[in-house]
Ligand binder design. Sequence first.
Ligand SMILES: Nc1ncnc2c1ncn2[C@@H]1O[C@H](COP(=O)(O)OP(=O)(O)O)[C@@H](O)[C@H]1O
Ligand SMILES: [Mg+2]
Length: 333
Amino acid sequence: MIEFRAEHFSLDFEHEKKWYPAVTDFNMHIDAGEMVALIGESGCGKSITALSMIGLQPPNTRIMGHMYLNGENGPEDLNELTKKEWTSIRGRRISMIFQEPMTALNPLIKIGKQVRESLLTHQKGISKKEAKSLVLEQLKSVGLPDVEDLYDCYPHQLSGGQRQRVMIAMAFINNPALLIADEPTTALDVTIQTQIMDLMRQMNKKTNTAILLISHDLGVVSRLCSRVYIMYAGRIVENGPVDEILTNPLHPYTKGLVDAIPDITKRGKPLKAIPGSVPGLYARSNTGCGFAERCEYCTNKCQKEVPPLVQDGGRAVACWNKSFDSGRGNTHD
Ligand SMILES: Nc1ncnc2c1ncn2[C@@H]1O[C@H](COP(=O)(O)OP(=O)(O)O)[C@@H](O)[C@H]1O
Ligand SMILES: [Mg+2]
């Protein structure tokens, strides 16, 4: 069952009375209980897409297209929600985990009270005592120790990893249909990263929440997600099942990301980085393929026409030089 679906979603930023496309024709679906990744380098448009999914895009933007969340009466278009409707949905039906928990937690309010607050806001009629015991249970379930003591701690008294566990406890406490985690482990040590990722997967299995995991690092998320969407300069350039993307990337950008994953079997070999960087919003030409400048296979056509995202079964790629025919059998016969 599809829990979330984006259809031809686009977002432009206004700058000195001109509109600049930050996200163009974004399509995605996430099933209930599924964990899906959105991958791309910094500046590709991942965070602004995520913020739009939770109704927090900045004011100097305009959005087009649709984002649907499955509701009691069928799919609801999130882009049609009023501010008031958003306050009821945010934190309850859709929640979000950010990269730096210290900015998301209020430094002046004790941990327990903050988690309890998200429960009291959305679960009418629940007593403070009931809420406290649910919070303690939830803190325990995300692997935090000595939760009775922790309840009365301030955020700065916890480690970075513990704070992110608190954020996860808070994000899941109202049993959301959709959870968006925007680079949830980028600020953490590598060993802690793995633990937090495993916890996300564990919570996903336990709650059946649809999860969108956002990262610039394909390696970090690949073992946990079923499918991956690769974004470049505001567009999805490839998507498909993780194992197929890793073993047979079709888009040159995806290939670059796969080559950049550290592999212990290739010890000693230098990591391949993709030369160049994502062009800034105001510097994009918006004619031709966004990756053309950095692409070793770039042709004239690539510089002139935007390649469409061509779908074949569970996979899709937007590249003039790649077709599904080579090596994967002809889909037309
Ligand atoms: N408030 C803003 N005003 C103007 N441009 C912005 C704003 N926020 C982000 N951008 C631009 O939008 C593009 C996408 O940014 P972002 O979604 O943060 O990328 P990512 O999360 O993939 O690193 C970037 O070029 C960024 O500079
Ligand atoms: Mg970001």
